[in-house]
Design a binder for this molecule. Structure first.
Ligand SMILES: Cc1cc2nc3c(=O)[nH]c(=O)nc-3n(C[C@H](O)[C@H](O)[C@H](O)COP(=O)(O)OP(=O)(O)OC[C@H]3O[C@@H](n4cnc5c(N)ncnc54)[C@H](O)[C@@H]3O)c2cc1C
Length: 459
């Protein structure tokens, strides 16, 4: 078992069942054992969704992992109240396929549909719509949480009888599965006439142009926006890229051929990548050529119609694409810089370019306001990702980047980080003590624990 980055793999017991009672019994059994054991012998339990986090947040080397993907009923899709009531193991791909024929859409979708509702809550995931719709926790109406003593609590963003001030709800959003297991959630939906986007595209030719575009209201001028930039080419080409923005199209905006079935789930997947690639294929030569070719493929355009894959989920076009990095795997370095320190991006990018750790898949997007969750990642500013193959010296680079991000008042994303130190992570999340206090109140014996929680001292 490992995360999407294929690092820190473990062999450990997994409970996989659609039976909620069995899951609850497993939790209370672990809790009873923990209560009788000294802290160093406690082993705990953690929920796992589809394993799309890049790190070890959904595995537990020393105890039990609960695979939630079999608890996966869609209870209802209410087109009047605009609410979906689903088990936490339902994945967003399935939910979209069920909702679209009814003209219903999920306002927050991360860069892949292959994530469960529970996983999306636990990292408070964001999508291209962050500046207009917030993150996943902002779209949850209520949820059921199985806690360490076996109770199932009802929680919501504005508080409930089980959680009057809403503190446990907001500690669970972005809470890395460490407050309990989400078993069911009600999610906000929106109406749509089509499953297509009306999009604009812009090409930039340097890092300065890229930054200037994002300082303007360009990306905030539509419901969705994000784009790719070049982190391998040198000189003035570094940081050039192409960026798209858009909104869901209405039926009359579609070309005639698409108007016949405007809500079709038009999200093609063409191939599954075999596990045959050696580590080290992604080097300066291959990634340099791919970056140049990808840049040339970018176009400026206005009011183009794009399907779900092209506009939202280009990476879903290939299944198991993480195998391209070989068995040693890779890490995604994702951080956010506040608006006030966006100037720190160019020197940071130059450090990456000169480091000997080339990155081809680089994404840049502007965030809107954050929410009330102490461990939620988004804050007003710009988020950036690099994908680095694991090779000697990478730890030194990420430590230097961590310093830059911290000094600039930014932070790392818990769904992607697999290497940072507890000191750095705690310094980046100033409300972490507030979160730890809620966690210790609801789980005093540390029943919920993952390998990531041990690394970052979140227990
Ligand atoms: C190609 C790709 C693109 C991505 N793009 C984005 C993006 O644009 N934006 C973004 O924010 N993220 C993105 N991600 C990351 C992804 O959305 C998150 O890591 C998400 O949490 C994965 O969900 P999962 O079901 O696979 O959860 P897992 O990876 O299995 O688990 C993640 C965390 O959720 C917890 N968890 C899982 N189920 C439950 C439950 N029922 N109750 C409590 N805790 C639970 C686990 O304990 C763990 O801490 C991307 C990932 C990939 C692979």
């Amino acid at each position: 078992m490992s995360g999407w980055g294929r690092t820190n793999a473990v062999t450990a017991p997994v409970l996989s069942t659609p039976d909620l009672d069995q899951i609850a019994r497993a939790v209370t059994t672990v809790a009873e054992r923990n209560a009788e054991s000294p802290p160093h012998l406690r082993n705990g339990v953690i929920a796992r969704g589809l394993g799309r986090s890049y790190n070890e947040s959904a595995q537990n080397r020393a105890g039990l992992t609960v695979d939630m993907t079999r608890l996966c009923r869609i209870h209802s899709l209410d087109g009047d109240a605009l609410v979906a009531d689903v088990d936490a193991g339902v994945d967003l791909d399935r939910l979209m396929r069920a909702a679209l024929p009814l003209g219903l859409w999920l306002p927050v979708l991360p860069g892949t549909r292959q994530v469960t509702v529970g996983g999306a809550i636990a990292h408070d995931v964001h999508g291209k719509s962050h500046h207009s719709a917030g993150s996943f926790g902002d779209q949850v109406v209520g949820l059921h949480l199985l806690v360490a003593d076996g109770r199932i609590l009802e929680l919501g963003p504005d508080g409930t009888a089980d959680d009057p001030d809403g503190a446990l709800y907001w500690a669970t959003v972005g809470g890395l599965g460490l407050t309990g297991i989400v078993v069911r959630a009600r999610l906000r939906l929106q109406r749509t006439e089509t499953a297509y986007f009306l999009a604009d595209g812009v090409v930039t030719h340097s890092v300065d142009e890229t930054l200037a575009l994002h300082r303007e209201e360009w990306s905030a001028g539509a419901d969705y926006s994000a784009g790719w930039f070049d982190a391998v080419s040198s000189g003035s080409k570094l940081g050039r890229g192409h960026f798209t923005r858009g909104r869901l199209a209405v039926r009359d905006e579609l070309p005639k051929a698409l108007r016949r079935n405007p809500l079709a789930f038009d999200a093609p997947q063409y191939l599954r990548v075999p596990d045959v690639f050696p580590s080290g294929l992604g080097n300066r030569v291959t990634f340099g050529a791919m970056s140049a070719a990808y840049f040339r493929a970018g176009r400026s355009f206005e009011n183009g119609i794009r399907n779900i894959t092209a506009f939202l989920h280009p990476l879903d076009i290939m299944a198991d694409w993480n195998r391209f990095y070989g068995r040693r795997g890779f890490l995604q370095y994702q951080f956010v810089l506040p608006y006030e320190t966006l100037d720190e991006f160019a020197p940071l990018l130059r450090e990456v370019q000169a480091s000997g750790h080339p990155s081809f898949v680089n994404v840049l997007k502007m965030f809107g306001d954050g929410n009330r969750a102490p461990l939620s990642f988004p804050m007003p500013g710009m988020t950036v990702t690099f994908d680095f193959a694991i090779r000697p010296g990478l730890g030194d680079l990420t430590a230097r980047l961590d310093r830059r991000v911290l000094d600039a008042g930014g932070r790392l994303y818990s769904a992607k980080d697999s290497v940072t130190s507890p000191e750095t992570f705690h310094a980046m999340y100033p409300r972490i003590d507030e979160w730890l206090a809620v966690r210790r109140r609801i789980d005093p014996d540390g029943v919920f624990v993952s390998d990531m929680a041990r690394r970052l001292q979140l227990v």
